[in-house]
Design a protein around this ligand. Structure first.
Ligand SMILES: Nc1ncnc2c1ncn2[C@@H]1O[C@H](COP(=O)(O)OP(=O)(O)OP(=O)(O)O)[C@@H](O)[C@H]1O
Length: 616
């Protein structure tokens, strides 16, 4: 699971500063403008009192004494006060605007980085990371990381106020200033304790946010099953349980903050109190005037604001660290595929071969354990095969025998644990990024259509003219129904192609592969929702239209198998026999049984259809 690494409580501050440094390095200009804005605000807060005093002395008092105000005096009062307000406004707007831009830029940048990394990571990594968690990484975790940039410019900018206050206090009376400043170590200790208490709670809350997103994602995805099997109450309960847990975790976070906040807020006041107590004593002994004590007490209250602003940053630090921990777990995830720089030849149909290829899935034994506690489940074992250029071969085998895994290996969606996959004699690991998909196309078992038009779903943004589109749709037996759709090629198909039937969706997905004119076309049970006569028509057209294509088809129907030049029969991840359909029928009992079962199923389906038609 992403980001389950526990944040070491003591190092939260160090890790938080590292996150801040990274953010500043990424957005130096906007951050500098925001800090400048906050500095202007801090300086102006100090100057306002001085400006008012000066105006009173220079304009108000003389006017009162004279019994009337000259227009020059009025202009002076209005001008100085307006200037002060204006500069202050510029400071506040500059800080908020530039700080916001820096924060949202960081969010956008890291969302892109995380999603880019998802695309880079191989299928094997995705198999172990549920979509809900990934959504949370790209959204809630990125947001949690960079939210600290909301109070940060202010906290840095008003450090000027802090420095100003401290220097002034030291000038007036160093002894009293030191008494007051003893609160700072106290504040630091309180903040360290706060972070120690917050880190584990924040980690838990952030993980639960991801869990809520995962359950929600699953429930929405499974809406059809939930509704059709009457599991709404069960799903509601499942969602309630995890959201209750999140609520409790958030309350616990709030409670912890509630325990620390008053103490952290009260410590500067304690400092003022100490200054007053010791100051009173020093006034009594005659070493300080009452005015000087009052001045130090006032200066101390000026320093309280920057201290509070620093407190806001420190309060956000644990969440930021936890968010970054989870985001960086994705960014640093190993397993991104290395690519070579070779191109696959573009010279008609490809040959495909595997040499002693094996692949095992990692299955997490205990989801609570850190990554690595997984057992291996072999899916493809020591497979050696070769498919000549332009041939059509069928891969046949019982369910779970490794057929889809084999197609994934041929497309380099995963790398074999041992052995090599060769296309036109080139190890797929040596091919440059994107090189395999330029030459080969896979139509997977599960069809996915985008919420786009038929045209958009077939071309996926590549430039193809309408004639090419119709040709591909024709081969995929989709042209007739697309013509009948309201807006033809420009008809929107809805989310995941919801407005189309299962068979129609499969045909659009097939056209998507065909239009790319692949040299290697892999169909993984890609026509299961199409009725058998149409499927045969599709495969016939495909064979005629694709003389320059090698076709590997995972087949479940006798008719499909009969179209193949050769059949590979797979059992338990191994190719146990290969040959023509007729040859395998005579010598491979497993194959014969499977084919008999397919034929029986087809006959039963045909009989049911005939009975239904007779009854009409
Ligand atoms: N993501 C995964 N994680 C763990 N095991 C997996 C995963 N995908 C497949 N497997 C396992 O690997 C084996 C081969 O699966 P695969 O999907 O390749 O079989 P298949 O022959 O295509 O099956 P079917 O005919 O049902 O589609 C199965 O035992 C399956 O349980």
């Amino acid at each position: 699971m992403t980001g389950d690494r526990p944040a070491a409580a003591g190092s939260t501050l160090r890790q938080g500063l590292a996150v801040i440094r990274r953010g500043i390095a990424a957005q130096p200009r906007w951050f500098a403008v925001a800090v400048l804005g906050a500095t202007v605000y801090g300086v102006m807060t100090g100057l306002t009192a001085w400006a008012i005093g000066w105006v009173v002395q220079e304009a108000v008092t003389p006017a009162i004494e004279a019994g009337h105000a000259t227009s020059g005096q009025l202009w002076l009062v209005g001008g100085v006060l307006s200037a002060v307000v204006l500069v202050n406004v510029v400071g506040v707007v500059g800080r908020r605007l530039a700080g916001g831009i820096a924060m949202y830029n960081l969010g956008a940048h890291y969302r892109r980085e995380v999603t880019r990394q998802y695309l880079r990571l191989p299928l094997s990594w995705h198999h172990r990371h549920p979509s809900g968690q990934l959504l949370s990484n790209a959204n809630a975790d990125v947001e949690a990381t960079w939210n600290i940039f909301a109070p940060l410019p202010m906290a840095i900018g008003v450090l000027v106020m802090l420095a100003f206050g401290i220097v002034q206090m030291l000038v007036v009376d160093p002894f009293l200033a030191v008494v007051g400043l003893t609160v700072f170590p106290l504040l630091f200790a309180a903040n360290v304790a706060f972070q120690r208490a917050m880190s584990p709670r924040m980690t838990q809350a952030q993980q639960l946010r991801a869990d809520v997103s995962q359950v929600a994602h699953e429930s929405f995805e499974a809406a059809l099953i939930v509704k059709s099997l009457g599991r709404e109450d069960h799903e509601t309960e499942r969602f309630r349980a995890v959201t209750d847990e999140l609520r409790d975790a958030n309350i616990e976070v709030g409670r912890t903050r509630g325990r620390f906040d008053p103490a952290i807020e009260a410590i500067p006041t304690l400092g003022t109190l100490a200054v007053l107590l010791v100051g009173t004593h020093r006034v009594g002994s005659g070493s300080l005037s009452a005015a000087e004590v009052a001045q130090i007490a006032y200066l101390f209250s000026i320093t309280a604001f920057p201290v509070r602003a620093l407190g806001w940053v420190l309060a956000k630090l644990p969440r930021s660290v936890v968010g970054w921990d989870r985001v960086s777990a994705v960014l640093e995830a190993r397993g991104a595929m290395d690519h070579g720089d070779r191109d696959l030849p573009r010279s008609g149909a490809s040959t495909v071969a595997t040499e002693s290829v094996s692949y095992a899935y990692e299955i997490e034994t205990d989801p609570g354990e850190p990554e690595g506690s997984a057992t291996l489940h072999p899916a493809v074992v020591d497979v050696t095969l070769e498919v000549p250029a332009g041939a059509t071969v069928a891969v046949v085998g019982p369910t779970g025998s490794g057929k889809s895994t084999l197609t994934n290996l041929l497309m380099r969606l995963v790398d074999p644990d041992t052995g090599v996959v060769l296309v036109d004699g080139i190890d797929l690991r040596e091919v440059r990024r994107g090189g395999v998909s330029e030459v080969a196309a896979l139509v997977p078992q599960q069809t996915f259509l985008f919420d786009d038009t038929v045209r958009g779903n077939v071309t996926l943004g590549s430039a193809h003219d309408d004639a090419a589109l119709w040709r591909a749709l024709e081969v995929a037996h989709a042209a007739d129904f697309v013509r009948r759709l309201g807006a033809g090629l420009d008809t929107r198909v809805g989310e995941r192609g919801a407005s189309l039937s299962g068979g129609q969706r499969q045909r659009v997905a097939l056209a998507r592969a065909i239009i790319r004119d692949p040299q290697l076309l892999i169909l993984d049970d890609a026509t299961s929702a199409v009725d058998p006569s149409v499927e045969q028509g599709i495969l016939d057209r495909l064979r005629r239209a694709s003389a320059g294509t090698t076709v590997v088809v995972v087949a479940y129907r006798m008719a499909t198998v009969l179209l193949a030049d050769e059949v590979f029969y797979v059992e338990g991840g191994r190719v146990v026999d290969r040959g023509t359909h007729a040859a395998l029928l005579g010598r491979c009992p497993g194959y014969e049984q499977l084919m008999t079962a397919y034929a029986r199923e087809a006959a039963e389906r045909a009989a049911i259809t005939a009975t239904e038609e007779a009854a009409r």
